[in-house]
Design a protein around this ligand. Structure first.
Ligand SMILES: C[S@@+](CC[C@H](N)C(=O)[O-])C[C@H]1O[C@@H](n2cnc3c(N)ncnc32)[C@H](O)[C@@H]1O
Length: 210
């Protein structure tokens, strides 16, 4: 939707480091990143950084009324857009690095799936680490995490550092095929089984603020 692109551009101008993109993800990327949503039962699905909601809609279609869907968004304007557009979604305003505490506050012990729309490549190393640690600490046994990165950014130091970090936090990391029908093209990472020792004691739930 053109108005969604305008919203993203406006928020990018206000806060480039948190927004990290100039247009919402495509339906194709949303389908690829949300395959992690369990197809049966009543799963708890946590979405990080919904923005204007391209992944939110895809998660809702997959859930089709089952389970719970919490969307954690740090930007109050995006949080309002998603709340208005998807009344069934529990929108939680906050920092993904505080995920463990945010889930607890909302009566959730663990997530069956975590879907991230966060702009990892623009995050400082400390921020990447604290959010990934919180994701690992929030997953239920057998739970899975998906995220994406832009194809053109993969050779950049921050993206390389993030891919390495994924491998230090999770035992299994599978890189999906490039989704060309996205601006810019992107790849999806599928991660499972946090390694023993993740999170290190006392490190989850800290927040990414200064
Ligand atoms: C690149 S946009 C992606 C939006 C949407 N998922 C998409 O793919 O079009 C990144 C989103 O992450 C949010 N965000 C950035 N840092 C965050 C944080 N620490 N906690 C929660 N949300 C965050 C931004 O406000 C923005 O909505």
């Amino acid at each position: 939707m053109f108005s969604d692109t305008l919203t993203v551009v406006r928020e990018f101008c206000r806060s480039p480091v948190h927004t990290g993109a100039l247009s919402p993800s495509s339906r194709r990327l949303a389908e690829a990143v949300t395959v992690v949503v369990p197809g049966t039962g009543d799963p708890v699905v946590v979405e990080l950084g919904p923005g204007t909601g391209p992944f939110t809609g895809a998660i809702q279609r997959r859930l089709d009324g089952r389970g719970r869907h919490l969307a954690v968004e740090v930007n109050p304007r995006f949080a309002e857009v998603v709340s208005a557009r998807f009344p069934e979604v529990e929108v939680v305003r906050g920092d993904a690095a505080r995920l463990v505490a945010l889930l607890e506050e909302n009566g959730v012990g663990a997530a069956d799936a975590v879907v991230s729309g966060l702009p990892w490549a623009v995050f400082a190393p400390r921020v990447q680490r604290s959010i990934l640690t919180a994701v690992a600490a929030s997953l239920a046994p057998g739970g899975a995490f998906t995220t994406f990165t832009y194809e053109h950014a993969r050779p950049l130091p921050a993206a390389i550092r993030f891919r390495r970090l994924l491998g230090t936090v999770f035992e299994e990391v599978v890189t999906g095929r490039t989704v060309w029908a996205n601006l810019p093209p992107a790849v999806v990472y599928h991660a499972r089984r946090p390694r023993p020792g993740h999170p290190p004691p006392g490190t989850a739930g800290g927040g990414t603020g200064p």
